[in-house]
Design a protein around this ligand. Structure first.
Ligand code: HEC
Length: 156
């Protein structure tokens, strides 16, 4: 009897360990015919992250405009809402559904926005800003190549 409960404990601990691992690393994903991994969110969460994405695109456009029209001084204000400050608004539930790799790339993208603001505040030239932005946009490209968002209402 003792042996059995020992074995059950080992199984239970292994299961809890696996759940913790998959909670942290995998997030909530579904597999499909597409190469990109589908991250399953509620439709409200999907709308929220896509809205954030459109904001990122607008920010990139505004930074390019500022950098090419001698208005580097306006960049810190432009990027502010999309720096790490944006991450603090995200819910724990949403964060738990995002795979670690996606979250890391996402945080790096927000950090890159803060870095552009700092560069601009420290007197970087428009060209230096554009070059750093170009590099940071590699994050947009690689994340888009790897993941897509689907609403859970659409997978069932
Ligand atoms: C951490 C991953 C990640 C990063 C980094 C990222 N995106 Fe996205 N983005 C996504 C995913 C996933 C989608 C949804 C694609 C899909 O479902 O087909 C998306 C969608 C979008 C959309 C479409 C929004 C809509 O309304 O459908 C835009 C625009 C966009 N991203 C812009 C950007 C820009 C610009 C950057 C970089 C400054 C960026 N994204 C960085 C993951 C990311």
């Amino acid at each position: 009897m003792k042996n059995l409960s020992y074995i059950l404990n080992v199984v239970l601990i292994a299961f809890i360990g696996y759940m913790a691992y998959s909670f942290i690393y995998d997030g909530n994903v579904a597999t499909g015919t597409e190469d990109r991994t589908a991250v399953v969110l509620t439709s409200a969460e999907k709308a929220e992250v896509l809205g954030e994405m459109r904001g990122l695109l607008e920010t990139v456009q505004a930074v390019i405009n500022a950098a090419t029209s001698d208005d580097v001084a306006s960049i810190p204000e432009i990027v502010k809402p999309y720096g790490m400050a944006a991450v603090e608004q995200e819910s724990v539930q949403l964060a738990a559904k995002l795979p670690l790799e996606l979250k890391t790339m996402g945080y790096d993208a927000h950090r890159a926005m803060d870095a552009l603001g700092e560069m601009a505040a420290n007197g970087a030239s428009g060209e230096e800003i554009l070059s750093t932005l170009g590099g940071a946009m590699g994050l947009c490209v690689s994340c888009h190549g790897t993941y897509r968002f689907v609403a859970e209402e659409d997978v069932k």
